[in-house]
Design a protein around this ligand. Structure first.
Ligand SMILES: Cc1ncc(COP(=O)(O)O)c(C=O)c1O
Length: 372
């Protein structure tokens, strides 16, 4: 072959390092010839989806020969009613990942830039670079900060320049689990020029119980440059169906709608999401299980003198020394977690909060591989 097909790709695409997802259980078991493994690597809900969602999916199965409602009318109405916003500000995506990419595609191009933090969610650089725009990466908090490795809003503000069209902020952030207060974020939004769109990624917001955690949706009127993204993949337990959404100024929603695939969200996902919104009990149980699991894991770390990054998400980053080695050793124990060297944190592993049984199994395996 004389042609280099990599060299033919857009310059931005050539620079992308591919996303590394959590290893699926089937892959691990096939590779190592083991069984009974657990996966605590992708921040999924250990309770699974709401039973109401499962029922809704079953009801839709006979309709599968038909295209879904491309505009997702019923789901957009349900989201709008639940969050007390107008449906014309809701844009649906094939996961919130899709929405992040729609935002990048609509607002970035070569010559523009997008700002985000070190150790921020890995999809931001992918979405930005695919458009040929320039990522401008702000320094994160220092390791000894109260929110170690978390977003530093002053650094993010300073990274904004005349080329900047977008700022991505995850609250809480994945993988660090760190979060930003209402006061800090409003001060930041007040300081950002109104022609710079601020994307507030709230994939894990439903897990956060702090009084100081903002209700950013209430700010949408006040800050027309604010975009809030949410997902059904985390607390709603629908990661496999791929459904998420953005809330934005209607003009922004109009632009996102222009670059959206006509049928970007599928029929089962739409039906399951509508049903999930009605199951407040499932959310309460999911939060309670997560709170218990997080308390168990942080306590276990404290007892073992293991440093961890304080988290308000459904995951915890634990300092283990050589993250790559401990990750491999845990795999041999049938426990899949997430190495985060690609996030600039090679000494940490990120573990998703599982059931009580799975959390205990993780700690037991960690003790074994670390010789305790
Ligand atoms: C901070 C953050 N934002 C967005 C997403 C995307 O999730 P999804 O595309 O499943 O909605 C994730 C997934 O892990 C995430 O951690």
């Amino acid at each position: 072959m004389s042609c280099d097909y990599r060299a033919l790709a857009n310059a931005g695409v050539q620079k992308i390092s591919p996303y590394e997802p959590g290893k699926p259980i089937e892959t691990l078991e096939r590779e190592l010839g083991i069984s009974n493994s657990i996966k605590l690597a992708s921040n999924e809900n250990p309770l699974g989806p709401s039973p109401l969602a499962l029922k809704a999916i079953t009801g839709m199965l006979p309709e599968l020969a038909l295209y879904p409602d491309g505009g997702g009318f019923a789901l957009r109405e349900a989201i709008a009613a639940k969050l007390r916003v107008s449906a014309d500000i809701v844009t649906l995506g094939n996961g919130s990942n899709d929405v992040l990419e729609l935002i990048a595609r609509a607002y970035l191009a070569p010559g523009f830039s997008a700002v985000f933090s070190e150790h921020a969610f890995a999809v931001y650089p992918l979405a930005v670079m695919a458009t040929g725009a320039t990522p401008r990466i702000a320094k994160a908090n220092a390791a000894n900060h109260a929110m170690p490795y978390g977003h530093d809003l002053n650094a993010l503000r300073e990274a904004i320049d005349a080329t900047t069209r977008l700022v991505f902020i995850a609250n809480p952030n994945n993988p660090t689990g760190t979060w930003l207060t209402r006061q800090a974020l409003t001060a930041f939004l007040d300081s950002v020029p109104e022609d710079v769109l601020v994307v507030l990624d709230e994939a894990y917001s439903e897990y956060v119980g702090h009084d100081d955690y903002p209700d950013a949706i209430a700010w949408l009127q006040q800050y027309p440059n604010l975009i809030v993204t949410r997902t059904f993949s985390k607390i709603y337990g629908l990661a496999g169906l791929r459904i998420g959404f953005a809330l934005s100024h209607p003009q922004v929603a109009d632009m996102l709608n222009r670059v959206r695939q006509p049928f970007n969200t599928n029929m089962l996902a739409q039906a399951a999401a509508i049903a999930s919104l009605e199951d407040a009990d499932h959310i309460l149980r999911s939060v309670a299980l997560n709170d218990e699991g997080l308390a168990f894991l942080t306590q276990a770390c404290t007892e073992r003198d293991l440093r961890y990054i304080p988290s308000v998400g459904n995951f915890l980053c634990i300092e283990v020394g050589d993250g790559a080695k401990v990750y491999q050793d845990l795999l041999r124990e049938g426990v899949i977690v997430r190495p985060i060297a690609s996030y600039g944190l090679p000494q940490y592993l990120r573990v998703s909060i599982g059931t009580a049984k799975d959390n205990q199994r993780f700690i037991k395996a960690l003790d074994k591989v670390q010789g305790r």
